[in-house]
Each structure stands twice: as C-alpha cells, then as structure tokens.
Design a protein around this ligand. Structure first.
Ligand code: MEV
Length: 394
C-alpha cells in the first residue's frame, strides 16, 4: 500500500513529482508521463474516422484514505483547482479517520420495450411466470460472464402509463456484470432473448438497451470531520461548518443551485472515471437521473452534523464503472491508473470514486462558504498562465 500523503508533492516540479511517484509506487509509470499514452494507431483502432488524439492533464490527488487504506487518486481534468481541492479535503478527512465507502454488486438494468400487446395484464403475468426460463436464456447468451460469477439475477415488468404508445410494458432484466461496466454484455443478452420475450408476452420487442439509471448499482461514501480542522482565516471551524450547512440547505431547496452543487461533485467523479478509461457519459446520465428520481432535482450529497458537532457528509449515486473491458484495458494510461489505485474490483473502484466526489463537493462548499470560489481558482489560474507563458513565451 503506497502512502497517499505524498508530502510536498504540490511544491515539486513536474519531473520531481514523476520521480517521487515512481519511487513510492515501484511501478513503471512511463505510459502516464507522456502526452497522453495513446498513439494514433491505437486511437484508429478504437473509433471511426480517427485523425489524432486529444490530451488532458493527469494529476494525482494525494492524502486519500478510503476504508482505512491509503489510495492514490488519478484525475484527468482540464479545470484548475479540482485536484488541489480534492487533495486538501482528503487531508482534513484523513485527520478524522478517512472516508468510508461501499458499492452494491454490479447489477445493471436492461430494458426491453414491449409494444402491440393485446393483453398487457396477461403479458405481465406470463412474463413473471416465465422468469426462470428467461433468466436461463439470458445466462445461456453470455456463458463467459457466468463463469466470472455474473449473470441474470431477476426480471421485473413495469407499465408505462403515460406513454403515447400505451398500453405498453417494459421488461427489466437485472444482470450482474461483475467487474465490467457491462453495457455490451447487457445489450447482447437483451437482443438474444428478445424473440423469447415476444413469444411469452405476445407483443413486439422494440428497444433492447441497458438503462443508464443504474439504481441497483449505487456507490456510497461518507465522512465525518471535526469542525476545528475546517477553520479558515477569520472563520473558526464551527462557523465554517455552519456556513457549509447553509450552503447545502440552498442546494436542497433549489434545483438551480442543486445542478451546480452536483456539477462540483461530478468534477471529482468524472476526472477519476476518465482516468480509469470508463464511460463518463454513462456515469453523468445515471447521476442526474438519480438526482431527479423524486420528481424534483436534488443534491446528490447530504451534509449534516452529528451529536459531537462533527460535519457529516454522505453521497450516494449510481456508479456503472468497471476495472475490465473497454478502454479500462485498451487504453495504456487507464491500465496504469488502475494499477496506481491498487483496486481489483469494480465495486472497490466505485466506492473510491464516490469518496472523491464527496471530497470535491466539500472543497467547493468550503471555498464558497468562506473566501468565495474565485480567489482559489484564480490563484491557480494565474500560476498556470505564468507557467505556460514561461514555457512558450506567449
Ligand atoms: C466549478 O467547476 C464547481 C462549483 O461551481 C461547484 C459548486 O458550486 O458547488 C464550484
């Protein structure tokens, strides 16, 4: 386990940071030290009409302790202050014991839209009665995943009353994708079993596609912080804590603020999701749909105090990400980032990503509730400009 404190990392120059990281992890980190790690020939094999490669800065957030383990957090992001903000909050949380995090099993939901049903009620009962047969057909469609411990776990049937296509049913297949994000597996299985579903229901299987509202695959993180560690300039710790709670109350009451609050969370989440080669659009779609699940758009995190006056943060959101499959394996930088994090399973990765989201949220709230966001942001921005000017004489 590499010590994630990386003392003084921030003040080193680029070459010194690279040397320190290599020495402290003992890993060959050369793929992440270049200008993106993806050569154009590999990019050409990944997408159509490729003409080049788009680079992003890759930073390491320091100080993270999640479930008692130090973890180095790779973040791919172009926005200044994000890596510093996460590292800073991780340092404060570390002093109070670190983050707690967990994630559900990797249960994805695949949807089959059923149309032209003469008897929707009868179709619903027929599907539920045939659950065992449907699950067996789904498992037969992807024996590889079954060997890895995954596979079909259940079905559910929903009526979509408001649809202009009503009467309309949707069958959900609940499918464990283990350590993969699982979109390909789910979509393949749905397309394979669709004729069976048509035969059982008497309807026409129209769309067969996974849902990005992966609410069976939630990740959770929490932290408790002693108020004194939050003190800042003229504000004592209790004041900062209370001002953070006021900021949270604003997000809880107002969707306009909640969107920005959640954007701050996703600053941290997306950066790790991208660095590990995962599909950040899927994570974004799941997060915002989950935030609106009550019918009103709400903050994904919750801030409160416990009976000891500590600031307590909790975050819960869908986290459909993997450690195998797709770019997690084909992108050389993603592979090294996963090795850096020393995570083996998708669930472990999902918990850490949630902890980073919570840290990022607190970094933003703490700045907003005290000095305002611009001072910190603009300080870094100025530093960046000086560096770029120094390098390129622009
Ligand atoms: C900026 O990228 C993110 C923030 O706007 C988040 C927030 O307002 O909570 C600072």
């Amino acid at each position: 386990m590499t010590d994630s404190r990386l003392a003084g990392f921030y003040n080193l120059d680029l070459a010194q940071r690279q040397a320190l990281l290599s020495a402290s992890t003992g890993l060959d980190l050369s793929p992440i030290f270049g200008s993106g790690g993806l050569d154009p020939a590999r990019a050409d094999a990944m997408i159509e009409n490729a003409v080049g490669v788009f680079g992003l800065p890759l930073g390491i957030a320091a100080n993270f302790v999640v479930n008692g383990k130090d973890v180095l957090v790779p973040m791919a992001i172009e926005e200044a202050s994000v890596v510093a903000g996460a590292s800073h909050i991780a340092k404060l949380v570390r002093e109070s014991g670190g983050f707690r995090a967990e994630a559900d099993p990797s249960l994805m939901i695949g949807q089959i839209q059923l149309m032209d049903l003469d008897d929707p009620v009868g179709a619903e009962s027929a599907l539920m009665a045939a659950e065992t047969e449907i699950l067996a057909a789904a498992d037969a469609a992807n024996p590889r995943l079954l060997e890895l411990g995954g596979g079909a776990r259940g079905i559910e049937v929903r009526r979509i009353e408001q649809s202009s296509f009503a009467p309309n049913l949707v069958m959900h297949l609940i499918y464990d994708t283990v350590d993969s994000m699982g979109a390909n597996s789910v979509n393949t299985v749905l397309e394979t079993i669709a004729p069976l579903i048509e035969a059982i229901s008497g309807g026409r299987a129209h769309l067969r596609i996974l849902s990005n509202l992966a609410d069976r695959r939630l990740a959770r993180a929490s932290c408790s912080i002693q108020p004194q560690t939050l003190s800042f300039e003229q504000y004592d710790g209790e004041q900062v804590r209370d001002r953070i709670l006021e900021a949270y109350a604003f997000a809880a009451a107002d969707p306009y603020r909640a969107a920005t609050h959640n954007k701050g969370i996703m600053n941290g989440i997306d950066a790790v999701v991208i660095a590990t080669g995962n599909d950040w659009r899927a994570v974004e779609a799941g997060a915002h749909a989950f935030a609106a699940r009550s019918g009103r758009y709400r903050p994904l995190s919750r801030w409160s105090t416990d009976d000891r006056g500590q600031l307590v943060g909790e975050l819960e959101l869908p986290m459909a990400i993997g450690t195998v499959g797709g770019a997690t394996r084909s992108h050389p930088v993603a592979q090294v980032c996963l090795a850096l994090m020393q995570v083996q399973t998708a669930r472990e990765l999902a918990g850490i990503v949630a902890a980073v989201g919570l840290a990022q949220n607190l970094a933003a709230l703490r700045a907003l509730a005290t000095e305002g966001i611009q001072r910190g942001h603009m300080g870094l921005h100025a530093r960046q400009l000086t560096r770029v000017e120094g390098t390129h004489h622009e």
